[in-house]
Design a protein around this ligand. Structure first.
Ligand code: HPA
Length: 236
């Protein structure tokens, strides 16, 4: 056991899919994996290991925001020797180039979090995706009909309810496509541990148009995203 994960040594697979919502982790395990076993229920942040097309894979909830994700990603890298983490989550569209239900694969992640300000003594580090995971995810997404995929920057914000959303404008002018809350920490921690990471997100709501997806649409787009993530991480 690590501090926040109840798995015994060897119970976590080298590849982990990481949704924010632990109930999504249970749903992915149930719907996509064979022989899934729950390895952790600590704090209700479920983790499961099973197989997908014969490949061993785990699914671990991260909770919302970078401090929470950082706890789980750090313990997976450090204490369970996890090699790759692929975040599967939702994001808010920031530009009219992306529409609700689209998939955004984060090539890099900007942030307003102070986590990297402290880590890099005030210098600006550029957290980026693993190129091979990114390329495979994009290839997998390109073969899917009915899914529009974008590759570009996301903004990992600390505040879901930001009091100053107008401060997003320069980020959007410099290429940020969507806002979520975790990718920047994930990419930084993967680099720190010499492991690989990717964030694949579906656009669940749009900050410019005000549109949002229904629960049923979120489920369908979530399916496509999980397929992309599993293919990218497990089928080379
Ligand atoms: N902000 C942050 N994270 C999100 C959003 C948002 O608007 N939508 C989905 N995830």
């Amino acid at each position: 056991m690590s501090t926040h994960i109840g798995a015994r040594p060897g119970e976590v697979a080298p590849v982990v899919l990481m949704p924010g919502d632990p109930l999504r982790a249970a749903w992915i395990a149930e719907k996509f994996l064979d022989d899934a076993q729950c390895y952790s229920e600590v704090r209700g942040m479920y983790g499961f290991t099973g197989t997908w097309r014969g490949h061993r894979v785990s699914v671990q909830g991260s909770g919302m925001g970078q401090p929470s994700l950082a706890i789980y990603a750090t313990e997976l890298f450090r204490e369970y020797d996890v090699q790759s983490i692929v975040r599967v989550g939702s994001c808010g569209g920031l530009t009219e180039d992306v529409a609700i239900r689209d998939v955004v694969i984060a090539s890099g992640a900007c942030t307003d979090s102070s986590m990297n300000t402290h880590r890099f003594h005030g210098f600006d580090y550029a957290p980026v995706a693993d190129f091979h995971l990114l390329r495979r995810a994009y290839d997998a997404a390109s073969t899917m009909t009915g899914t529009t995929t974008h590759v570009g920057l996301v903004f990992s914000g600390d505040s879901f309810y930001s009091p100053r959303s107008e401060l997003m404008a320069p980020m959007v002018e410099h290429g940020a496509l969507a806002i979520e809350m975790e990718a920047s920490a994930l990419y930084t921690l993967a680099a720190a541990h010499r492991r690989t990471a990717l964030a694949v997100c579906t656009v669940s709501d749009h900050l410019v148009t005000g549109e949002h997806t229904s629960a049923q649409e979120r489920e369908q787009t979530f399916d496509a995203m999980v397929d992309i993530a599993l293919t990218a991480a497990l089928e080379s």
